[in-house]
Design a protein around this ligand. Structure first.
Ligand code: GDP
Ligand code: IMO
Ligand code: MG
Length: 493
């Protein structure tokens, strides 16, 4: 039993005495003048067990929830998915590739999963890699080896879509050449060949996981593609493609992966028909989405919740709800506009406290204040009904916290997120300044133990956005988590 934040609290609704609430004036809590009335709820926290809770919905029993990054990636999706996974049967990835790095820490173990959904770490759970994911079989095999070394048996629990597209070494080679050619305009990609693999998919000369299972067909397709790529590479970048031994290596890996490969759309839909629960693990984040992100400084897939439908073959009517994950501040890796980016000194402090270095590339992450314009946008684009706020503890020593509550462009307030990266690069953020709590939230598992001003910060966010804060993360460890009582999110576990 412990306390937690309550959705109604943010609209000033009265809570029952049984829930042990107390009401605090907003101005006193938040330290800013325009706050609406807020209340403080102390109620039960639900902890995920290994049971499968099913939610009744009309004439069927099911539970299918999307977890999506609400910012520029690295929001802590891995930690959140791992926590929630205890209450779901299937955990499925729908987009991206091994550009993702999802960190999970529990019982002294630390895993960074790139392609395999985090649910694999939970005994008995099924992990699914969808058709929207681009798969480098070498990277997948390496990840399987790492799991095996840690004693995690994936037999019968890991499923790989036969429709997922393959990443080849030439994708990486071409990406490196393209990034170098862009010079100052480079995107700052993860150099994993992700973009070129999706380019081939869209250009309709990609090669898919299912092709690995038919060596003759695979060789024939690969030969055709290599001839074309080699010509392009020589003409554009003046270098030949290095393809020696590639076909054999991929076919060997195909044999290793054969037991995992299937039509995962059938698998997931049958699972839902049978009343099983599914958690969809987003990769990257809304602002990196190919359509709705800060184009062209984005990744090459649909990182938003809609990617679940196209990347797993699951209809929108089968999805119950969407949780958006946000840090208590903002980070971004790679190039592109970042309106709330902190000046060097402040960014360095937050980077050090938050250990903000890429889980995949080790690159230092750019750090900035929380941007509520971005979150408002993410809520709309993804249909987010519950927010998860991670890394609250990183602000434990912060004296004052800035939160972006609007943009001005050429002196005029902007009503919506600009479509052009060039325009976003020119906005001036409007900030609200909130007092820091300057005490420890690190590792707190009980909302009642959160400092008053930390609660005020969360209430400010929820109040501004009109969406519940359903979960709070106070440290990288699985246990450093608060599920907020009487929220929508609490009913999922
Ligand atoms: P993802 O890509 O969204 O899964 O996020 P990453 O794993 O790339 O980056 C998040 C980083 O923050 C990882 O190092 C996590 O271990 C860490 N992390 C997650 N939640 C918290 C938290 O609440 N507090 C702190 N201090 N670290 C956290
Ligand atoms: P997770 O799932 C943060 C960024 C790269 C680069 C841009 C394009 O861990 O949140 P790409 O290699 O995808 O073509 O690079 O997207 N990027 C991420 N940033 N987290 C990620 O994944 C990312 N995946 C890609 O840094 O700016
Ligand atoms: Mg990451």
């Amino acid at each position: 039993m412990c306390g937690c934040l309550h959705r109604e609290a943010f609209t000033g609704a009265t809570l029952s005495p049984a829930e042990g609430k107390k009401k605090v004036p907003a101005s006193e809590e938040a330290g800013y003048s325009t706050a609406r009335c807020v209340a403080f709820a102390v109620a039960r926290v639900f902890r995920p067990g290994d049971f499968t809770a099913m939610q009744s919905r009309g004439d069927r029993l099911m539970k299918s929830i999307v977890v999506v990054g609400a910012q520029w990636g690295d929001e802590g999706k891995g930690k959140v998915v791992d926590y929630l996974a205890g209450s779901f049967d299937y955990i499925a990835r729908c987009a991206g590739g091994h550009n993702a790095g999802h960190t999970v820490i529990y019982d002294g173990n630390r895993f960074v999963l790139q392609l395999i959904p985090c649910g694999i770490l939970r005994p008995g759970k099924h992990a699914v890699i969808g058709s929207g994911v681009v798969v480098d079989p070498v990277a997948l095999a390496a990840e399987l080896d790492t799991l095996a070394k840690s004693g995690i048996d994936v037999t019968g629990r890991l499923h790989l879509s036969n429709r997922a597209h393959l990443i080849f070494p030439y994708h990486r080679q071409m990406e490196k050449a393209a990034e170098a050619a862009r010079g100052a305009w480079k995107i700052g990609t993860t150099s994993r060949g992700i973009g070129p693999a999706y380019e081939d998919k869209m250009a309709r000369h990609g090669i898919r996981v299912g092709d690995l299972l038919n060596p003759a067909r695979f060789r024939e397709k690969l030969e055709r593609v290599i001839a074309e790529k080699d010509a392009v590479c020589r003409a554009t970048y003046g270098v030949p493609l290095d393809t020696a031994g590639m076909a054999e290596q991929y076919l060997e890996l195909g044999e290793r992966l054969r037991p995992l490969i299937s039509d995962v759309s059938v698998l997931i839909n049958h699972a839902l028909d049978a009343g099983r629960s599914v958690l969809f693990e987003g990769a990257q984040g809304t602002m990196l989405d190919i359509d709705f992100g800060t184009y062209p400084y984005v990744t090459s897939s649909n990182a938003i919740s809609g990617g679940v439908c196209t990347g797993l073959g699951v209809g929108p009517t089968r999805i119950d709800a969407v949780a958006g994950v946000t840090k208590a501040y903002t980070t971004r890796v790679g190039s592109g506009p970042f309106p709330t980016e902190m000046p060097d000194l402040e960014a360095t402090e937050v980077r050090d406290r938050g250990k903000e270095y890429g889980a995949v590339t080790g690159r230092p992450r750019r750090c900035g204040w929380l941007d509520l314009v971005v979150l408002q946008y993410a809520i709309r684009i993804n249909g987010i009904s519950s927010l998860v706020v991670t890394k609250l503890d990183v602000f434990d020593t912060q004296k004052e916290i800035q939160v972006c509550i609007g943009y001005h462009y050429k002196g005029t307030p902007l009503r919506e997120m600009p479509a052009a990266a060039e325009d976003l690069a020119e906005v001036t953020p409007e900030y609200a300044t909130l007092p820091g709590w300057q005490s420890v939230t690190y590792g707190v598992q009980d909302a009642a133990k959160l400092p008053r001003l930390a609660v005020a910060y969360l209430k400010f966010i929820s109040d501004f956005l009109g969406v519940e804060v359903g979960m709070i993360s106070t440290g990288p460890d699985r246990d450093a988590t608060i599920v907020c009582a009487a929220t929508q999110l609490a009913t999922w576990i």
